[in-house]
Design a protein around this ligand. Sequence first.
Ligand SMILES: Cc1cc2nc3c(=O)[nH]c(=O)nc-3n(C[C@H](O)[C@H](O)[C@H](O)COP(=O)(O)OP(=O)(O)OC[C@H]3O[C@@H](n4cnc5c(N)ncnc54)[C@H](O)[C@@H]3O)c2cc1C
Length: 435
Amino acid sequence: MTRSMSTYSNNYYTGTMRPAPQRRPLTGEVRADVCIIGGGLAGLSTARELLARGRSVVLLEAARVAWGASGRNGGFVLQGWSEGLSAIERRCGKQTAASLFKLSLEGVDIVRQTIAEHELPGCAPTTGKLSVVRYEDSENLQRTRDRMARDFGFEMEYLDTAAIRSRLNTERYFQGLRDNHGFHFHPLNYCLGLAELVEIQGGTIHEQSPMLRVEHKTAGHRVSTAHGAVTCADVVYCCGGYGGPEFGPLRRAFLPIATYVVLTERLGERLRDIVRTPDAVGDNRRASDYYRIVEGDRLLWGGHITTRNLQDEQRLGQLLTRDILNVYPQLHGLKIAKAWSGLMGYARHKMPHIGPLGRGQWACTSFGGHGMNTAPVGARVVAEAICGETDRYRLFDAYGLEWNGGPFGPAAAQTVYAGLKLMDRFQEARSHSNN
Ligand SMILES: Cc1cc2nc3c(=O)[nH]c(=O)nc-3n(C[C@H](O)[C@H](O)[C@H](O)COP(=O)(O)OP(=O)(O)OC[C@H]3O[C@@H](n4cnc5c(N)ncnc54)[C@H](O)[C@@H]3O)c2cc1C
């Protein structure tokens, strides 16, 4: 893993972040009930849930709080999981799928309520998400709306072509579904707020303290860093896509997948005339575009996944500018202010690893591209299990540590992704030729 240990990457969120105190690295020997490894949304949320249940907590973060995916993502907080609901139903059955869907909604509510209850500054939550299709699909979309209401009790608004195009001035889109439960926000400021709450509740966070190894003793574990160690009864692994070989079998069960975001320069009236909604927007392709307006007249636009983490800002800018102009050619000449990448941890089954890994060892990780609701609720489920309150982690029984394909995993994933992109293009081209 390459990681600048002391600074955040240069992106929209770090340019608009709240002051973030440097937390001192771990030195010497300490004790806690639970040691959490990884200070992203999963680790911070797990810390809060455990502290609320009276456990003492030490959190070790290799770089800075929310330095990884949690502080640099699209900022969409929506129902669902990285895996689609139909696939979940096929694998787990209708009842478990419905329970998992409910859990995903609980995750959205945890974030919304935490912001409101603690008046977390700089999070700027804005309700609404439009899911659009790039080909004629009205019947299917209405069926989806009806099924979501019937099977999952989740209401969505169907928007026909005229309604979609009155909000989004492009001929690329045909119909859409509006989710008025989900929202979008500033994920880094949210995590920085969580870190403060963890400390107020009595938890300890050490930054620049990568876990090097975990030794298992008869009465607990010893988690070592370069200059210290934590002795604890339970360990929770929350490394996302950034974990290395120090995570042992868990590391062999996910693939780090890169994805990309850009922020445009100010677009003024031009943008307001084109994107006439404060909602976040995403299309339904396997390789989707997703975007939202920030600061009144800038587009924050994400897309693409690769198994190799492309870092060249200029190249990323060009890649995503092409996507933007494909949807909104009216924005020709736009300039990119910032471009950045991040890593997501993906299991082959596309569901997270949530649950026990052995005596006193727990996983709360691999949330893929859908972690802003699922990490907070995954954290709650793991905390409940550690404290003997519930066994909701059993909802994930069908999703264990499947091998990630080792050295062949990245190539296989990239091939699957290329195939899916081709299918998207084919479907879209067919729809356009029928119109
Ligand atoms: C560009 C991008 C856009 C995305 N957009 C969205 C979105 O709009 N909505 C959504 O729901 N999801 C989105 N996601 C996914 C979401 O961001 C992740 O699922 C979520 O942030 C995962 O949180 P995490 O805590 O598991 O991982 P991370 O936030 O990556 O945190 C893991 C942490 O573990 C630390 N770590 C690793 N190894 C060690 C070690 N040995 N010792 C100590 N610490 C260690 C890392 O430094 C890192 O800080 C996006 C992801 C990316 C990259």
